[in-house]
Ligand binder design. Sequence first.
Ligand SMILES: [Zn+2]
Length: 289
Amino acid sequence: MLGAVAGGVQGASAGELANQLFGAHRAPSAQPPAVVGAYARGCAAGLVELAETGPGWQAMRLGRNRNWGHPQTIAFIKDLAGAAQSIGWRGIYVGDISQPRGGPMTSGHTSHQTGLDVDIWMLPPARLNLSRAERESISSISVRTADQRSVNANWTAQHHALLRAAALDVRVDRIFVAAAVKIEMCRTAARADRAWLQKIRPFSGHNTHFHVRMRCPADSPLCETQTPTVADLSNGGDGCDETLMWWVTDYLDPPPPDPDAPAPPPRRHPRSFTMADLPAQCGAVLTAR
Ligand SMILES: [Zn+2]
């Protein structure tokens, strides 16, 4: 699977809903690991399973079968579990990664399609021997106030240290958090140690988990790098600027709409994607044994 991403799966499955086809697979493709396409429009071959329980982590919501990732993602998660222990946590609770072959999901996320996105719970693990049933019923905690403008008493210096460790990892492209989290990190980060803050990106939600997005791995020429880069978004700085504050001002209290503004282009949720909307190479990932 070399060369450019070819547009649109052709043939019998072209008109079928991609999330139904990818969501039905219980196992990865028996192919070398390779990411195809973009985080919110793609799939992945040869994904590997994050063990349900390991030294320093537990995968949550096992019933969803979304503990599958590119080997680079799985290696990162294991390292982050070690980092969590070195900052005083027992480890980490790991939320969704991807379906066994990636692809659009049957519910929830728009991204998480290529084995390169992983959600880490804000809840510090009290134990790492949760049963399957407990992993379905326990919920994470919010680290944000109800008005969305600041962090609450659940936020700790360990959260900051864990996010810093994740951002310093060269395999990580960016990390999505609630704006209130980034604002607090901007306020408290050491003046001489801020370059990594560029990777911490404000986004809606993300108050009960943070979302780590890995870079395109070297084995995946068909993986589409996200643009703009975090350096572009931050003008080379730490992103502690007016674009961050927008999330706690105009985003929460929108100014009246400009009646002359053109209507924004309609956006399709990946749940409506057919196979023809995915890179052609995803057809082979779907049908591989
Ligand atoms: Zn996520």
